[in-house]
Design a protein. Structure first.
Length: 439
């Protein structure tokens, strides 16, 4: 099988089962055998490089970006695999921060199309993308891979990677139809990326969950376990022009006055996890000038990103209750305006619209433009609107995210604030409309 171009290759890819678009209500007979079969046919590319494996309910993408920057500042060639993408599939697979080009992605998907014929059970779309990333990283001879889990941990197809360092950013309610129903259940699933001989970085601080996670790491034979608060921490976190100014301590060092050009105090915690992970990877502290240089260049599109002014337009991929609470805190601290605040909100099924909108209320958002993301898993805009009305919010229903953003901008004055949130699908549409040339 050959593909003439990337659109043809992506059409083949999109013909496969896509659990990102249509989430199953539960896992039936969870197994990694299909993924192991696929990587085996590729020659086990995941064994060609060491990896830092990252899971957690929120903060995975930001932490992965910071880990990538820190490793790159040490002169390493770094492969990074993240999900989902905002604009193009290529974004998910990158080397040294640069997405895979169309030709290379077409070529690796073409090789997977040939190998698929040898499999009795066809792989899913996400399994194919994960295999594509691992194969390309091996072909490019990266020094290290930073791999973000798609969902959970134990049965996620990225778990064919044997992460020398395993990072768990935090644990909160999300995808409970698959991972739940309790936080302990979610934590156990995520702890499945802990491996014998690995160094485990735990960003969660709830004592009950930390005890469960620490025991899971010890039981599996991890070499070291570092817990945020006890072994590493962001000890100072201050608002600065364009981001946060933080101090971080790790088991081997203290890093002061680091500028992280990302919004939200939670990025200080993500930065502490990233620093601990890279320090654990090298087994030694990092040069502080190197850390400053690395963090100064970090960017995470779609996460508390300012894409417009007068009115102020902020987009954020907050898609669960914990993420929305974090967004609300950041809006209060960093994005106060003289005028009114309104939100463009679209969600996927399985979310709690009342709890998510209640968080926005605490940040002064009284007006909502409800829409439905461009996804088979979209929660109807009417459901979001009903939840907003029940909270006493002013509501407008608009069919598409693009129309919703345009409507919000038409309703906003120069001193107002427009927040786009609820799903990365909605954020992606807002960015396409307002900053089409921004990566």
């Amino acid at each position: 099988m050959t593909f003439d171009d990337l659109p043809q290759a992506l059409a083949w890819l999109d013909a496969h089962i896509d659990f990102e678009s249509k989430m199953p209500s539960k896992r039936s007979l969870p197994t990694l055998e299909r993924m192991r079969r696929l990587t085996g046919l590729l020659g086990d590319p995941e064994t060609a490089f060491p990896a830092i494996h990252i899971t957690g309910t929120n903060g995975k993408g930001s932490t992965a970006a910071m880990v990538t920057a820190l490793l790159g500042a040490r002169g390493l060639s770094v492969g990074t695999y993240t999900s989902p993408n905002l604009i193009r599939v290529n974004e998910r697979i990158a080397r040294n921060g640069e997405p895979i080009d169309d030709g290379a992605l077409t070529e690796v998907l073409e090789s997977l199309a040939r190998l698929e014929r040898l499999m009795d059970d066809p792989p899913t779309r996400f399994e194919l993308l994960t295999a594509a990333a691992l194969a390309w990283f091996a072909d490019e001879a990266v020094d290290v891979a930073v791999v973000e889990v798609g969902l959970g941990g134990r049965w996620d197809c990225t778990n064919v990677v044997n992460g020398e360092v395993a990072v768990l950013t935090n644990v909160s309610y999300d995808h409970t139809e698959v991972l739940g129903p309790t936080l302990e259940d979610i934590a156990r699933d995520k702890s499945g990326i802990f491996k014998i001989g690995s160094r485990v970085i735990i960003g969660e601080t709830d004592p009950t969950l930390v005890g469960l996670l620490r025991k899971a790491a010890v039981d599996v034979g991890a070499d070291e376990v570092w817990v945020r608060g006890a072994d590493f921490a962001c000890v100072s976190n201050r608002l600065a022009v364009g981001g946060r100014l933080i101090d971080v301590r790790t088991p081997a060092a203290a890093y002061g006055e680091l500028l992280v050009p990302l919004h939200g105090s939670h990025q200080g915690d993500n930065a502490s996890c990233a620093l601990a992970a890279v320090e654990a990877f090298f087994g030694s502290p990092l040069d502080e000038d190197l850390v400053e240089e690395a963090f100064a260049g970090v960017g995470v599109p779609g996460r508390l990103e300012v894409i417009g002014r007068r009115p102020l337009v902020v987009v954020d991929g907050a898609h669960n209750v914990a993420g929305m609470i974090t967004l609300a805190r950041s809006l209060i601290e960093e994005f106060a305006v003289d005028g009114e605040a309104q939100a463009v909100v679209g969600m996927l099924t399985g979310r709690d619209p009342v709890a998510m909108l209640e968080a926005l209320l605490t940040a002064g958002v009284r007006s909502v433009v409800a829409c439905a993301p461009e996804s088979p898993r979209a929660l109807p805009a009417e459901v979001v609107a009903e939840a907003a009305r029940g909270l006493g919010m002013d509501v407008v229903i608009v069919t598409s995210p693009v129309e919703a953003v345009a409507t919000a901008l038409d309703r906003a004055g120069e001193d107002d604030r427009v927040v786009v949130c609820g799903s990365l699908y909605v954020v992606a549409e807002a960015r396409r409309l307002l900053v089409p040339d921004r990566p």
